[in-house]
Design a protein around this ligand. Structure first.
Ligand code: GLY
Length: 289
């Protein structure tokens, strides 16, 4: 059985469908997930990832992405990258073509350019309008994930094939964040984790709290201790609700995929849709608290 999981109502579906098409075309698990996330990054209607996503307090889009391979625990990620998409492809190059785990900011952008990525303006007219509205005080919240639950937050993908798993994430982070702010998404153990001996896990939502909880590593360790994927996620979310009050101010989600194909997810507050593709059969599951 080959399984792909993708987060949130609108981006999750094209993410898993693209990954499955790539798999049918002979792509390996890393490539499938890269393509699934890249499709979302290049779609300017998704406001929390890639091109045309909500910017920081300077009006600049700063992107984070990461990939972890459960076969050998290899990691590659980038954070605070401006003017480059798809950043998941840059993260994959960090994984495959450097001895490092994470490149940041201007140096990550330089690395991307050295690998053939072309810098471009990611701020669409719609995003420029949203930024002006924020500056005018139209949005009441200091920070936010997106203008609508439909757009969700970070797109996180988990993939499993024949006992091999890969986890990856891509995000523009919190809207109106302080320049340079990095959340959980490119942090291994926080926003994603993969280990073929156990399975993999990922997160989406308020990065500060997910990072403090080391949500993905905790979910993975829970599965190692014998929990189902659902029990593993529930335990992480209960821990967050108990220890991290801000985790109930903005949604925090953890999702997990065990090496035997069992999967689950849980949320601290609000609603969340998980898209699931199992050998090409695509369905969605809804979570709410
Ligand atoms: N989970 C995305 C972020 O907080 O940056």
């Amino acid at each position: 059985m080959t399984t792909f999981l993708g987060t949130w109502e609108t981006p999750g579906k094209p993410a898993v469908e693209t990954a499955w098409r790539a798999f049918q075309g002979g792509a390996n698990l890393r490539e499938c997930i890269e393509q699934g996330l890249a499709v979302c990054e290049m779609d300017p209607t998704f406001l929390a990832i890639g091109l045309g996503s909500l910017p920081n307090s300077d009006g600049e889009i700063e992107l984070d992405a990461a990939m972890m391979d459960g076969e050998n625990l290899e990691c590659g990620g980038v954070c605070s990258v401006r003017g480059i998409v798809p950043v998941i492809s840059v993260a994959k190059k960090v994984l495959e073509e450097t001895p490092h785990n994470l490149l940041a900011g201007e140096q990550a952008r330089r690395f991307a350019i050295s690998k053939g990525f072309t810098p471009r303006n990611l701020v669409t007219e719609e995003i420029a309008r949203q930024y002006e509205k924020w500056r005018a005080g139209v949005f009441p919240d200091e920070y936010m994930h997106s203008t609508s639950d439909l757009h969700g937050d970070t797109v996180t993908m988990l993939g499993l094939n024949d006992g091999h798993c890969v986890a990856a994430s891509s995000t523009s982070g919190l809207a109106w964040k302080l320049p340079g702010r990095v959340g959980d998404s490119p942090i291994f153990g926080a926003g994603l984790y993969a280990d073929d001996e156990i399975g993999c896990a990922g997160a989406t939502g308020l990065g500060e709290e997910l990072w403090k909880a080391m949500a993905s590593y905790r979910a993975t360790r829970n599965m190692e201790a014998g929990m189902s994927a659902q029990e593993a996620c529930d335990e992480v979310i209960q821990h967050m609700i108990r220890r991290l009050p801000n985790a109930c101010v903005m949604s925090c989600v953890v999702l997990a995929l065990r090496k035997d194909g069992d999967f689950g997810a849980a949320i601290t507050m609000g609603k969340f849709d998980l898209w699931v593709c199992q050998d090409g059969a695509v369905s969605t599951q809804n979570f709410e608290r």
